[in-house]
Ligand binder design. Structure first.
Ligand code: FES
Length: 189
């Protein structure tokens, strides 16, 4: 009677307000921490990206069906595409280079040549009349099998790539980038 003391409600323990406040703050801190996690991980992933690309560079990539390369001895150009996915994102197919594929009459053996000029990295083109490759940048000329035709500023022949026919009949090429401007065919690591 006339007392000024108020008991806390049954659902609130004595001192409940400060404790709930503390819990709310902890939850907010935790959420804030989680919110910063994806950007941090994305940063790490971006940092690792060149390493992942390096691993993918030496892999075999399906490039074309065997029937897509006519057996007339003339090279056909195809893009080399790498599919990349990670835990968060499905990346669009990523072109990483281009190759020329060629096969002779009645043969299932395919020759794969990198379309990158060994001189300074331009894309070489096919001259179907002369049955050879030409580079538009500094006029290097290559035979249809990739051999160098002098006089050409390129220090070496076109870079041949390993290729194989996959179980489904598709041509798979082991894509690699090589250093340009040097006589040695040296893969970039
Ligand atoms: S880049 Fe091809 S000739 Fe120079």
């Amino acid at each position: 009677m006339g007392s000024t003391h108020h008991d806390p409600p049954a659902d609130r323990p004595p001192g409940g307000e400060p404790r709930r406040d503390l819990l709310t703050r902890l939850a907010a801190l935790t959420c804030g921490g989680l919110a910063t996690l994806p950007p941090v991980l994305a940063g790490v992933w971006t940092f690792l990206d060149p390493l992942r690309r390096k691993g993918a560079a030496a892999a075999f990539h399906p490039v074309a069906e065997l029937e897509a390369v006519p057996d007339d001895g003339l090279p056909r150009r195809f893009p080399v595409v790498s599919d990349r996915t990670d835990a968060w994102t499905g990346f669009a197919s990523d072109p990483i280079g281009a190759v020329y594929l060629r096969r002779e009459k009645g043969s299932e053996t395919v020759q794969a040549l990198s379309a990158t000029c060994p001189h300074a990295g331009c894309f070489v083109e096919v001259d179907p009349q002369e049955k050879c490759f030409r580079c538009p940048c500094h006029n290097s000329r290559f035979a249809i099998d990739g051999g160098i035709v002098p006089p050409s500023p390129s220090p070496r022949a076109m870079d041949e790539l390993e290729c194989r026919i996959g179980p489904g009949g598709e041509i798979e090429v082991q894509w690699q980038n090589f250093y340009t401007g040097i006589a040695e065919k040296k893969a970039r690591s």
